[in-house]
Design a protein around this ligand. Structure first.
Ligand code: 1GP
Length: 240
């Protein structure tokens, strides 16, 4: 179970994000096999658009690895009980009620009946130089790149409200990652685990994000573009 693992280790973790819309079945299988071999910690499945339900992608990953698979939903249409669990995101950097609570209410009866492990996540979008899909699709304003105090206050509020994880998100394919200063400040101010994702493209980015205090890093785009990075990135994260 997710929380058993994350709460009982001081080791950092790395997750591979697979967007079913961006990967063919063959690519998904390849990434799953390489990530299994590299000892990735878990998979996230989700994206901003949806040309098919995520069930097929989840099944393909689970066929090729023993690692847990969690849904990282772009919308309520991405629910599936094929996964081990779901990141139940509340977009706390935004002021769009649909993404704070509306979609969670729509999903709640399904989630209650399902056997999915529910992982409540305070989701914080940070501006990093270009408009990302998550910003556009959620119709919310991200926190400005240099406003670490606002990011920290948002994370503290998320923890006090009862979120179990905080996710600092630059957005998939972001030009740069969330700043080290912001990661350090958020990490200092919360007790719950911190996830950082978006724009982690190379070893230098990855080391900086880990050193600054991320407990879990999420990588999608870089692995879509270069699968040889999977093994390198897993080694780096597990060496911290
Ligand atoms: C996006 O944080 C994830 O939600 C991963 O981003 O695709 O830029 O790695 P990348």
């Amino acid at each position: 179970m997710f929380f058993d693992k994350i709460l009982n280790t001081t080791k950092k973790q790395i997750a591979v994000l697979i967007d079913p819309d961006k990967q063919s079945d063959e690519e998904t299988i390849k990434i799953a096999k390489i990530a299994e071999e590299a000892n990735v910690d878990f998979f996230l499945v989700g994206g901003s658009l949806m040309s098919e339900k995520p069930g097929n992608t989840i099944k393909l990953i689970k066929k090729n690895t023993k690692k847990p698979v969690y849904i990282f939903p772009g919308s309520v249409f991405q629910l599936s009980d094929e996964a081990d669990g779901i990141f139940l995101l509340s977009l706390i950097s935004g002021r769009n009620a649909d993404f704070l609570i509306g979609n969670q209410v729509i999903a709640a009866p399904f989630l209650k009946k399902s056997k999915l492990e529910i992982i409540p996540v305070g989701y914080i979008i940070v501006e990093t130089g270009k408009m990302t899909s998550v910003e556009y699709m959620s119709n919310t304003k991200p926190i400005p790149y240099d406003k670490k105090d606002i990011a920290s206050a948002t994370a503290i509020a998320g923890e006090l409200i009862g979120q179990k994880l905080i996710y600092l998100e630059a957005g998939s394919g972001a030009l740069k990652t969330v700043s080290e200063e912001m990661i350090m400040s958020v990490k200092e101010n919360i007790e719950i685990p911190l996830i950082v994702g978006g724009g982690i493209r190379n070893e230098e980015n990855l080391r900086k994000v880990c050193s600054a205090g991320a407990d879990i890093v999420v990588v999608g785009t870089a692995f879509e573009e270069d699968k040889s990075l999977i093994e390198k990135f897993c080694k780096i994260v597990h060496s911290f």
